[in-house]
Structure formats: C-alpha cells, structure tokens
Design a protein around this ligand. Structure first.
Ligand code: TXA
Ligand code: MG
Length: 419
C-alpha cells in the first residue's frame, strides 16, 4: 500500500508482531527517511502493525507533519539504534499501567497522557534512561526536565517548600502547576535530569492515567512534552506516534489531553515568579496569593540575574509553515487559524480554515491549539495566518505558544527554546 505525501510515496505495510491477547496493542516501526535513506535498503516506508484482525493505517495527515520535519531521521548510530525500537501503543487499562511501570523500571521510555499535554516519561533517578530520553527528543542536555510525582508528600522528598510554595501546592495540586524549588540534598532525581542546577521543577499531574502510572511506579518520573524538541507539543497519542514512533518503547493512549496547554511554571524561591505562562492563568495565581507575580525570575531580580527557566528564553513549537500573527486578511493559498465568530473578509482565500473557538472561548481555544497547528501544517501550506487572540486568562499562554511558533527558525544569537 502506498501513501502519497507531496513528492514522496511511503509504503505502509501491516503485520502482527506482538499479541498479548489485547486487541488494543499496536506496534509500528519507522524505516528510512524522506530523502530515501533506508536502513536496510529500498524505498522509504512506514510499517504499522496492529494486533488483532484489523489493519489500521497511519492517517496521512498524521504522517505528513512528521515526514516534513527537518530531522525526520538522524544519521547517528544512536538514532539508528533508537529506530530499531518497535513502539507499542496500548489503550489505558490496568495491564497497560503495569506494562508502563515495568518499562520505566527497566530504564525504558513511556509516553502517557497528562491533563495538559502528553509527557515522555523516564525514571528520573536512572541517568541512562534520562540520557535516552534526551536523545529520543533530540533535546539539548542543558534544558532541565520536570519531575512528576503522585502527591505532595512525594514532592517534599525532592524539594524544599517555603510557606508560599506549600500554599500553592496545596491549592493547585494535583493540577497543571509546576513549581521550581531548591533541590533537596539527597534528592533521588539525577543531575542529568536537572541539568546540574541546584533547583528542581516538580509537578503532580491531575490525569487518572498519569496518576496511576506514578502511583504504580512509586518513584519520580521526568516527563517533558512527548514531542521532538522544538516541535508542537502533543495532545493525543497520535501526535506522539507521528513524532516519536520508533524512538520510544511504549505509548499509553488515554485520549486527548483535556487542557491542551502545558503547565504554568512558577519559581518559588524566596518570592514567586512566573517562568512560563500555562494552563493556570496568572490572574488565578495572583488572586490566590493576594499579590502580583513577576513575569520571570529576571524581572523579580531587577533583570540582574539569569532567568532560571532555560527553556523559556527561546523560540520553539515550530511548525514547518510560517505563522503570520494578528492577521486580519488572508492571502491566497494561506491556511487560516481563526478565533471567534467573525472571520476576515478575505477568509475565502484560505486553503484551509480551522477555528480555535467559534464562540471565542479561550479554554476551548487552548484545548485545540496544538492539534490545529499540526493539522494546518500537515496541509502543506507555506504560511498560516493567525487571527488575534485576546491576551487575558489562558490567552497569555496561547499567545506565548503562538509567538514562539512564529519566531524565526534559524536563530543563532539566542539558544532555541527546546522544551
Ligand atoms: O504540562 C507540562 O508541564 C508538561 C507535561 C508533560 O507535564 N511538561 C512539559 O515539560 O512541558 P517540558 O520539558 O516540555 O518543559 C519544562 C520546562 C522547560 O522550559 C524547562 O526549561 C523548565 O521547565 N524547567 C525544568 N526544570 C527547571 C528548573 N530547575 N529551573 C527552571 N526551569 C526549569
Ligand atoms: Mg515541551
């Protein structure tokens, strides 16, 4: 069977490689890259296998963005070895949770849903598992990871909480809040995971699958968003497959991540500072604390200190297409990422239109954001016109992600944002 994606034709061949009596279990393997380099010769193709009688093909829309990426398949021995992995996918179930636990314990990589986005998990105390994770994501080692734990008691074994940090944790956990705190002496999370910093980012997610995995594993799990570094964050198992199939061991499919935006990151070290706008609006935090929070640790320190969120200075979430922000017109052939009930007059020029929220609801827009960016990018347009999105509430985080996606790619003066 062949799938035509632009100039390239990719073969999709299905066969059963693994069956543990579950018809949810899927494995598939990627071979070769879009330029035709092939590990083992022949034309590039994707193989997807499904246990059970039905053969499911990867949707071309899901394959296209992955294949159009610049680093579809690296040529390093490390990457070739990773591509030898058959990535299994299972719907969330008690046996999938057990399997996730065993793979994590053996130093493997497991993608799982959280309420914000899908995370790529590894045992935080196992440096070689963490190194594999960085390699699978092609993530620069200097960008530290968030340690995910099951509850506040587990978090307090990793980090030092002052009074305000404790108040925040008690109010917002489990939930989409990450706290950057002083790392405790004897913290089991390795130096590689925290990039040698003396602080650690900790989060207690509020998603039943993530919670079950963390409770079963019983140890901290580092979990960056389960995308290739610099790409749009994944909000479904299918997104994870498009980015990481062949590079990781297991994907637990728990459906779409309900929030669709990453957690809000607050540094709580003496004072509270916002390091990354996210799923909890800044106003909610400020209302709760009864005072304003500085936008970055830099602001809080009068601009004299280096910011403590290395992944935040920079640009990322980059689709292949260029994003044209605050668009009030649409040029012929552009895609339109709309917001609200009123489209631009020239919307008819658009090759494809997706509306983040026809009723102008920022919560709905957040949940759709990464999914729609991927879909429009998959349509193969050169430019995506993005209508203005208001900046209040979740709009701050939505605009942050859009601006990073719109930033020029080949930045050399500043490091690129790689979370
Ligand atoms: O919602 C989320 O937070 C998702 C889900 C999977 O939990 N995770 C996530 O992780 O977004 P990641 O790795 O894509 O983004 C983590 C961010 C990066 O910008 C990193 O620089 C920052 O957290 N970070 C991690 N540890 C830090 C530390 N000790 N100090 C400052 N920033 C830190
Ligand atoms: Mg990320």
């Amino acid at each position: 069977m062949g799938i035509d994606i632009g100039k390239n034709s990719f073969h999709v061949v299905g066969h059963i490689v693994h069956n543990e009596g579950s018809d949810n279990l899927i494995s598939y393997r990627q071979h070769g890259d879009r330029r035709g380099r092939q590990h083992g010769g022949g034309r590039p193709y994707l193989t997807k296998t499904v246990c059970g009688s039905a053969l499911h093909l990867l949707r071309p829309a899901a394959i296209a963005p992955a294949l159009r990426r610049r680093h579809m398949v690296g040529s390093t021995p490390e990457t070739c070895k990773m591509l030898a992995l058959a990535t299994q996918v299972a719907r969330a179930s008690p046996s999938a949770i057990e399997q996730a636990k065993s793979i994590l314990a053996a130093g493997g990589l497991v993608a799982f849903p959280t309420e914000t986005v899908y995370g790529l998990g590894a045992d935080a105390s196992n440096d070689s598992a963490v190194a594999k994770l960085y390699a699978a994501k092609e993530r620069p080692h200097f960008n530290p990871l968030i340690a995910h734990v099951a509850d506040l008691a587990a978090a307090r074994r990793l980090a030092q909480f002052d009074v305000e940090a404790l108040k925040l944790a008690e109010a917002f956990w489990p939930g989409p809040l990450t706290l950057v705190l002083p790392k405790l002496r004897g913290c089991p999370v390795g130096q590689l995971a925290t990039s040698g910093l003396d602080t650690i980012a900790v989060r207690v997610p509020n998603h039943p699958v993530a919670r079950d995995i963390l409770a079963a594993f019983g140890k901290p799990v580092v979990a960056p968003s389960a995308n290739r570094s610099g790409q749009v964050s994944p909000t479904s198992a299918e997104h994870v497959q498009a980015d990481l199939a062949g590079r990781i061991d297991f994907i637990v499919d728990g459906g779409a991540s309900p929030v669709g935006l990453e957690s809000t990151i607050l540094a709580s070290i003496g004072h509270t500072a916002l390091l990354r706008p996210g799923a909890i609006p800044r106003a909610t935090v400020e209302h709760f604390l009864g005072h304003a929070v500085a936008a970055t640790a830099d602001d809080a320190a009068g601009g004299e200190r280096r910011p403590v969120a290395p992944g935040m200075l920079v640009s990322h979430y980059a689709p292949c297409a260029t994003l044209r922000m605050n668009a009030v017109t649409v040029a012929p052939g552009e895609a339109l990422l709309a917001f609200g009930p009123t489209l631009p007059q020239s919307a008819g020029n658009a090759r494809m239109i997706l509306n983040l929220s026809g009723r102008g609801d920022l919560v709905e827009a957040a949940a759709n954001l990464f999914n729609y960016l991927r879909e429009l990018d998959g349509a193969g347009v050169d430019s995506i016109a993005v209508m203005p999105v208001p900046g209040e509430g979740l709009g701050e985080a939505i605009n942050d992600r859009l601006q990073h996606a719109a930033a020029p790619r080949a930045q050399t003066a500043r490091p690129s944002r790689t979370s």
